[in-house]
Design a protein around this ligand. Structure first.
Ligand SMILES: [Ca+2]
Ligand SMILES: [Ca+2]
Ligand SMILES: [Ca+2]
Length: 568
């Protein structure tokens, strides 16, 4: 009997081997792509740098009526630390005291080393001033910070370590004293969300991450005991990566990201129930006419941005809507970065056609780090970095903002909220400015944690955006108001507001609180030349305002000047 070289059995084996290779090939392709521009592996060794020994310079802080910006990674005197780097921000606000805000980031103590640690800073005055006490765990490689509060004001900081596992720190005093962290499984580019409902899932913690870089078998975990422990890893359908999570008003969990076949949304109505194992209802393809990517000129070793999901919890006509947004490489044209939005009005089963949020012309400008959050009243806030104003041959970027008050059908004009900066400077031996920003919306405005190089290095900032004032904003480039001052400042009885108007026109002097809410108009007259008026700290109805920080806006048809005053 002649022995055949190819037995039927061997043929079958070869066939199965081929199928296996085909099935796992996309994973390797994604893993390879990751390695090129997103991999949180320790590289340079830890170098101890004393903050006291670093050179200091003025922090960058900007106060306008449409927004205010405060530098977060400052020393104990509020100064910029020259020669450090900070990026990849996440923000959390205490729902029991919204003046308590915490921002986390990747802190590089010196730009001579890409060794990164868990940076954090906190504000107790609504983001106006910040304290950066130092990194949480000095000398330990930590990356990918993700922060959140539960409904009772407990704070959680999820942190990726160099072995592709995550820790969750839990503290109950607004971010001041740190205990030991709890192991939380995890992997690279994890995201975390708390259930802040008062339903069956109240206090649950959810996290998912990039399946390609983890020591777990899968890409999801849950805590049902307030962060004391995290469950064994379980799989999310189609393993989305580089995305975020959202919990709706009923405790339903959504997660989004890039899968092998494109962008997806995955939904679980059972994850909230501690008595049930985590199961997923379905996975829906999301068409944003493009895909998440990275490695572009604006952020060479980082992402173009992550994919955002949020839900309408307003109780109004948009209640339950699911919104997704991301900066994507476009499919239907050559644009390397647009901010694209889509919505679902049927609980994530189907999505609308994608809508481009940036309204610049052509396909040459890059809109990156697109970031979205939804306010309790249903307003959708979106920010991104934008190269549309960049001189030819540069990647200079400005922060832009737009919002929608009608469930994403129409959007406010694209408004720039920063000067242009070069995102390619200040690198800490790693050519990127992190992979994402983070934002939280309330009914008054948006709270953004972000990075830029306006102060000459990579630094972390908090910006509070007041949508109503963005609509009212005027062109600051025309100078008709000069020498605007207020004295004494601080004041208790009365302050004199003085300014000069170059050409006669109607001048309105109006007082705003730190959230950008008008407290009353104190002057509205035709004025020319030097002018002064006295203000006793009362509102438009003659009632004395409470002690605090206010902004006096001196506005003409074409110009606005702001003075920050302290009423004692
Ligand atoms: Ca700095
Ligand atoms: Ca990262
Ligand atoms: Ca573009």
């Amino acid at each position: 009997m002649t022995k055949k070289y190819y037995s039927p059995k061997r043929k079958e084996y070869t066939y199965y081997l081929l199928i296996c290779i085909l099935l796992i090939l996309p994973h390797f392709i994604l893993a390879q792509t990751n390695l090129n521009f997103h991999n949180e592996t320790p590289d340079d060794s830890y170098v101890h740098v004393s903050r006291e020994s670093m050179e200091k310079g003025p922090a960058y802080n900007l106060r306008k009526s449409e927004f205010f910006t405060s530098q977060v990674n400052v020393d104990s005197d509020g100064n910029d630390i020259i020669g450090d780097a900070a990026n990849e921000t996440s923000i959390a606000i205490d729902p029991t005291n919204p003046n308590r805000i915490v921002i986390g980031w990747r802190q590089f103590n010196t730009i001579t080393s890409n060794f990164r640690q868990a940076g954090y800073g906190y504000s107790l005055d609504g983001g106006l001033t910040w304290t950066f006490p130092g990194v949480i765990n000095p000398g330990v490689f930590r990356s990918d910070p993700v922060l959140d509060f539960d409904s009772e004001g407990n704070f959680y900081y999820n942190s990726l370590k160099g072995d592709f596992t995550c820790d969750v720190y839990k503290i109950d005093d607004g971010g001041i004293v740190w205990g030991a962290p709890v192991p939380a499984n995890g992997g690279d580019k994890q995201w975390m969300r708390l259930d802040r409902t008062d339903g069956v899932g109240a206090g649950n913690i959810y996290s998912n991450w990039n399946q390609s870089f983890t020591t777990c078998d899968w890409d999801f975990t849950r805590s049902i005991d307030g962060g004391d422990s995290f469950e064994e890893c379980t799989p999310v359908i189609n393993t989305p990566q580089w995305g975020t999570l959202a919990v709706d008003a009923d405790g339903t969990l959504y997660t989004v990201g890039r899968a092998n076949a494109g962008l997806i949304l995955v939904k679980s109505t059972t994850a909230k129930d501690p008595s049930l194992p985590v199961a997923w209802d379905f996975s829906t393809p999301v068409d944003l006419d493009g895909n998440l990517s990275g490695g572009g000129a604006v952020n060479p070793e980082g992402l173009l941005g992550q994919m955002w999901v949020d839900v309408d919890k307003s109780g109004g006509s948009g209640h339950g809507n699911v919104y997704v947004l991301a900066s994507v490489n476009r499919s239907s044209n050559a644009d390397n970065g647009d901010v694209m939005f889509a919505k679902s009005i049927d609980g994530g089963e189907t999505f609308s056609a994608p809508k481009k949020i940036n309204t610049d012309n052509g396909t040459d400008n890059v809109q990156w780090f697109g970031t979205m959050s939804v306010a309790p009243n249903g307003r959708i806030d979106v920010v991104w970095l934008d190269t549309r104003d960049a001189p030819e041959g540069t990647n200079d970027s400005r922060l832009y903002y737009s919002f929608s008050e009608d469930q994403g059908n129409t959007w406010s004009n694209n408004e720039p909220l920063s000067i242009a900066f070069n995102p390619n400077i200040g690198y800490p031996q790693q050519n990127k400015m992190g992979d994402y920003f983070d934002m939280i919306s309330d009914n008054e405005g948006a709270h953004l944690a972000w990075a830029n190089t306006i102060n000459g290095g990579q630094d972390v900032y908090y910006t509070h955006i007041s949508p109503e004032n963005v609509i009212l904003s005027v062109d600051d480039s025309i100078e008709n108001i000069s020498n605007a001052v207020s004295y004494p400042n601080p004041f208790s009885e009365e302050t004199t507001i003085a300014f000069s108007i170059a050409n006669e026109e109607l001048v309105t002097v109006e007082v705003f609180d730190i959230l950008g809410r008008s407290q009353g108009i104190i002057l509205n007259e035709m004025i020319f030349g030097n002018y002064s008026l006295n203000w006793d700290g009362s509102n438009g109805n003659g009632l004395k305002l409470s002690s605090g920080i206010y902004f006096i806006s001196i506005k003409t048809k074409s110009n606005r000047s702001l003075i920050r005053v302290i009423l004692q």
